[in-house]
Design a protein around this ligand. Structure first.
Ligand code: ZN
Length: 465
């Protein structure tokens, strides 16, 4: 009986999307429950104990420097993969980075990459990437010798990524997951740039990328504590604008010009694939981690700052960044020292391990949901052949064998989140009677038989040929 009521509600054209009863997926609940603050703490402490993980630091020592750190990360992930049945494939992604402003001479940079292949033929070439950067820095960004424990920046993000890889390695997902610890972030986002560049060259279909950078502290510099929220920076528009003005005739640039035209014609400035990813991660994260708030901020990153998701954004991929609610700059990019009773340095004692675990759960729920769901519907269009006060939407049929149908979502302009929805079964065209396209923002999501839903696709103006 209860199930009937729930399913009835699911199909509702409801006053509030959040109020529409959507059953939680037990597989995602189990993943979220499996995230361990103790393992996260142990890994953050271990990473901080390599003294420095500076990109230009020693690579031969077994106890100090970035070489020892990456061998340890790989060994840990290898062990998790073995214990989970051997499907998690861990490797080094090594390349030569030429000399540049923060690289005095060419240096070898290595990312640690763990891939969990998807298990559904129609979805396994769809990739979702989650990263943290394992390099660290002291006050002087060129100082490769001084202690730079980088417990928060960014052992927290690396430990979150490792915990997700280890908890999810035994599970099966439709799409492919990539767990990455990248290097060279502090010197210029080199590790993530290299991986994103290779992905673009190989034509990899990266449907979403999340970086976790500085997710370790719940205490602001004024001492205020907030362990119930995380910031999520998500905005794909600046990357589209930048690509549009490039002279390139291949790659992202021509796509960006087309996309921007459709967006500006139809009020889609807050509905790029990156915005949809952010909206989705907030909705799923808050659903699976009750009492925790994902603060969605429509900027690519903190004010004029950057992180490892930017190289993905610049290549046309949907990419977002998680960061703690308020940073304490005494514990970021600082030499370890005590100055007039104030302790400086990015030390493990300033990390809130339970808080990192909460952010990891938000990530894990979102990633698992993305990788279990069908792809975002393609060629979503809003019919503009007639002047009318109804709204007719159409889209190309998805190909997943477990597809159950589609959900149309809409909201008032200016609202951040979807407010209304209606499920329309396997139709690929639907008219919303009395709901004018002039007055709402729309999206179409695909749903599978277990109720897993994709992020929404934003409709372009559609005219019959
Ligand atoms: Zn960082």
């Amino acid at each position: 009986m209860l199930r009937q009521i729930m399913l009835g509600l699911l199909a509702c054209a409801l006053p509030s999307f959040a109020a529409c009863a959507v059953e939680n997926n037990p597989q995602i609940e189990a993943i979220v429950a499996g995230i361990s603050p103790q393992r996260i703490e142990a890994r953050i402490r271990r990473l901080a104990a390599f003294h420095t993980r500076h990109t230009l630091s020693d690579t031969s020592s077994e106890t100090r420097g970035i070489g020892a750190a990456r061998r340890w990360i790989k060994a840990e992930l290898d062990q998790c993969g073995r214990e989970a049945g051997g499907r998690l494939k861990v490797s080094f992604d090594t390349f030569m980075q030429p000399a540049s402003r923060r690289i005095p001479q060419a240096v070898e940079i290595t990312n640690v990459v763990a891939v969990l292949p998807g298990t559904q033929a129609a979805a396994l070439e769809r990739y979702y990437v989650v990263s943290g950067h394992y390099d660290s820095r002291a006050t002087d960004v060129m100082d490769a010798v001084s202690d730079a424990p980088g417990a928060n920046d960014d052992a927290s993000g690396v430990a979150a990524m490792m915990e997700m890889a280890c908890v999810m390695a035994a599970q099966r997902f439709d799409a492919t997951l990539v767990f990455m610890a990248v290097a060279g972030e502090e010197q210029g986002l080199f590790g993530s740039t290299h991986w994103a560049e290779q992905a673009e060259k190989q034509g990899l279909h990266v449907s979403g990328m999340i970086t976790n950078d500085i997710i370790g502290s719940s205490t602001a510099d004024d001492g205020k504590r907030d362990d119930r929220s995380v910031r999520l920076f998500a905005n794909g528009l600046p990357a589209l604008l930048a690509a549009q003005s490039s002279a390139a005739t291949d790659g992202f640039a021509p796509r960006a010009r087309k996309e921007l035209k459709a967006i500006t014609q139809s009020g889609g400035e807050f509905d790029t694939p990156t915005h949809q990813l952010g909206r989705y991660l907030k909705e799923i994260g808050e659903r699976y981690v009750p009492g925790f708030t994902v603060k969605l901020i429509p900027r690519p990153d903190r004010f004029l700052r950057g992180g490892d998701h930017l190289p993905f954004l610049e290549r046309g991929y949907a990419a977002v960044r998680f960061t703690e609610p308020a940073e304490d700059y005494r514990h970021q990019h600082q030499d370890i020292r005590n100055d007039k009773g104030v302790q400086y340095g990015d030390l493990p004692e300033f990390v809130d391990f339970s808080y990192v675990a909460q952010v990891t759960r938000v990530n894990a729920a979102g990633l698992a949901s993305l990788a279990l769901s069908p792809a975002v519907p393609q060629e979503v269009g809003i019919e503009v052949s007639e002047l009318e006060n109804d709204t007719s939407l159409r889209w190309r049929a998805n190909t997943e064998p477990d597809l159950a149908g589609y959900r149309i979502l809409w909201r008032e302009p200016g609202e951040a989140l979807w407010r209304y929805s209606t499920d329309v079964g396997k139709a690929t065209r639907h008219t919303l009677k009395g709901i004018s396209k002039d007055n709402f923002i729309f999206g179409v999501a695909a749903i599978d038989r277990d109720g897993n839903s994709s992020p929404a696709g934003f409709p372009r103006p559609w005219r019959p040929n």
